[in-house]
Design a protein around this ligand. Sequence first.
Ligand code: TRP
Length: 468
Amino acid sequence: MELEHELESGKAKDAAASGGKQRDGFTTALGVIAATLGSAVGLGNIWKFPSITGQNGGAAFIIVYLISTLLVGLPVMITEQMLGRKARKDAISTLRELAPKKQPWWLAGAAGVLAAFLIMAFYTEVAGWVFAYIYKSVVGGFLSTDPAVTSQAFVDLITNPMQSLLWQWVVLVVIGAILMMGVSKGIEATTKRLMPILFLLLVAIGIRSLTLEGAGEGLRFLLQPDFSKVTWTTVLVAMGLAFFKLSTGMGTMITYGSYFREEQNIPGTATKVMLADLLVSMLAGIAIFPAVFAFGFEVDAGPSLLFITIPAVFASMPLGNIFMVLFFILAGIAATGAMLSLLEVPVAFINEKMHISRPVATVITVVLLALIGSTAALSSSTLADVKVFGFTFFDLFDYTTSNILLPVGGLFIALFAGWVWGKDRIVDALTNSGALKNEWVVKAFYVVIKFVTPVLLILVLLRGLSII
Ligand code: TRP
């Protein structure tokens, strides 16, 4: 009864804050999982995870990655969702509201909004290539078993300024249109439909890959650890990846947490999402490596694995063109859920904090992104020779977000929760005021977020700044 009363008054407060209208949010427990998993699953699983795993010793890297996820990614994800649900506001306002007066913790939220733009600038470009590849593999005519030919096709795409910009805009229009429909009708409804399709496609392509002759070698590569390849650098790379993978460190999970239902079990939800995300990464590895090995291609081909090696691999197998279309649709779906969550951070901020309607806030965000993103889109063509700190714009955005902005954001969020917000509030928030019987989990979490995560993030950061 009392809980109900509190819920009611909380809702009334939210309603008052948003000008009398009920604040939009995720409507069901499944919807929360779909949206959050939709955010975590992304190009990271398909473009980063397999190639980084390939370069760092396969299964051994995956074990290191799992530990990093448990100690760095997951705790920050839980923290962000917890803070967001408490304040029920955009990322900046959440930190401003929960922090003691005059302490500028909201700066971590502001850094997050900046990071959202910078990540999106290069992410929309890679997503643009994926969309272009869906189109091209349907139209046909660019399948070839010769990596020199597929490599030329990729170079032709990225060095053509008009095509690069065009595909990036296509991506932005799609994402903008979904976001305009709102949190429950746009984000939740879309991810709820897309996530099952993603799993089906992954399983279908995985089976195709595993049933190729010579697939065993690729599977062994993925599952048999070779610890001789693991160095301290590997460990730090794994921590950076864990952070990117779980969409942590920049307010995405604060913003999504603010749409969570009051009775959502946050530690449980975050853990499920983390495990499902890992499953997607592993399935992506199973879809890719056995096929790559079966046809004798190189695994450690870096990011070009996706756009150069994979088309050649598919061209080598029976019915390859169909599987290639499915593969890039899969990548497009993964990228879509992630981009919705990235853009929602500035959209929510502009909408709620600046009192601008959601559709207009979305248009403002998309136009700003088209401007910033064009520098990344043109970084292989018109702007190829423009370098900042020796990076093209594309690499600059990728490097600074993953290695500096996200760890900094995560560090401040962890420090804020562990040292400022404090144990009592954390226990209350994560046990849903005692309704969940998970106190030991919460206590273990508290120790990790207060001591372990910050130390590890400082190490990631020092490496990002090339200090260690
Ligand atoms: N997690 C997504 C991926 O793996 C990318 C992503 C979405 C992200 N939202 C984010 C990364 C917020 C960092 C921060 O592709």
